[in-house]
Design a protein around this ligand. Structure first.
Ligand SMILES: [Fe+2]
Length: 314
């Protein structure tokens, strides 16, 4: 069977459409969805509608998909703070049947193909806590490489393999899990590795890749009786056109700080959110603002200062 593994679409319907077209051209026979379908960009319904139209699929939910369950119980009159404006906008935008669809998705599935167990989770650490997602994140990549160098992906893969094959906790964890294929996502970095009789596949991010390459990521997995093949694919699409659509959306109007930073990540292919959050925390402490999540005032002022410090142009 030939599977197209797609994850971390994050409301980017244009990237998802491009990936689906490519997967069709590659003769994908089934689809594996590894979580995080909605928040970030303004097309949650379009993405979920397209997913539900696909017949032959295996699907789980990611950590960002569960944030809506938390939203549901909140007092909506307080939904004015800066930090979560994007999440609230997405919650309101999503049709109720799409909320229902997400809510009941499992967090972990196992199925078999040719007798081989295929595990699907959103995070690698869900397979075993000893394998830390943080150790193989885009944040680590940037910290190790200083910034957006051309060979960032190469360096990143080196870092991942270093951790994967040499870190004692990770090695112990890999050794202790059963043989099979492990599919996950979460870090928005596409990679795969084999160890003993285990194959690990991070499908990367379709809608918001953070490994220094901006094309939409997905991975093809072929499982046949005698052999197995993993093929990583990157699909180009019109990012400028998508960005101008995002800037004209209700999401941008309601949550321009968060959305601007996501646009920066999208167009550069690198992590910025984590660094901005750290900057905002430092700023809030400096002005002795104890409010968390951050107020609109603190959030927007931190953004203005962060842009200045990082020479980000409007
Ligand atoms: Fe994600």
């Amino acid at each position: 069977m030939r599977y197209a593994i797609i994850a971390d679409i994050h409301g980017n319907a244009d990237a998802f459409e491009a990936v689906l077209q490519d997967a069709k051209m590659q003769n994908a026979e089934a689809y594996i969805f590894a979580g995080d379908y909605c928040p970030c960009f303004p097309y949650p319904n379009e993405v979920l509608d397209m997913i539900q139209d696909i017949g032959n699929k295996f699907i789980i939910k990611g950590n960002e998909d569960t944030c809506f369950e938390e939203c549901a119980g909140q007092d909506k009159s307080t939904w004015t703070d800066g930090q979560f404006q994007a999440r609230y906008w997405t919650y309101r935008e999503m049709r109720s049947e799409n909320h229902d669809y997400l809510r009941v998705l499992p967090e972990h599935i196992i199925f078999r193909d040719n007798g081989i167990p295929v595990n699907v989770t959103h995070k690698l650490s869900d397979v075993d806590e000893g394998m830390g997602d943080k150790e193989i994140s885009s944040r680590r990549c940037i910290l190790n490489n200083q910034s957006n160098s051309e060979d960032a992906k190469e360096q990143l893969l080196k870092d991942i393999k270093e951790y994967f094959y040499k870190d004692s906790d990770c090695q112990k964890a890999i050794h202790n899990i059963s043989d099979g294929i492990y599919i996950f996502a979460h870090t928005h970095i596409q990679w795969n590795a084999a160890y003993e009789n285990k194959i690990f596949i991070n499908a990367g991010s379709c809608g918001l890749p953070l490994d220094g390459i901006t094309g939409a990521a997905y991975t093809i997995l072929d499982i046949e009786k005698e052999k197995m093949l993993v093929t990583e694919r990157r699909v180009p699409y019109d990012i400028d056109r998508f960005v101008s659509k995002v800037k004209n959306s209700g999401l941008y109007k309601d949550a321009y700080v968060w959305t601007d930073i996501e646009i920066l990540e999208l167009t550069r292919g690198f992590e910025h959110v984590m660094f901005f959050l750290q900057f905002t925390e430092n700023y809030a402490n400096k002005i002795k603002d104890p409010i968390r999540p951050y107020s609109v005032k603190t959030w927007t002022e931190a953004y203005r200062l962060w842009k200045k410090e990082n020479k980000v142009r409007d």
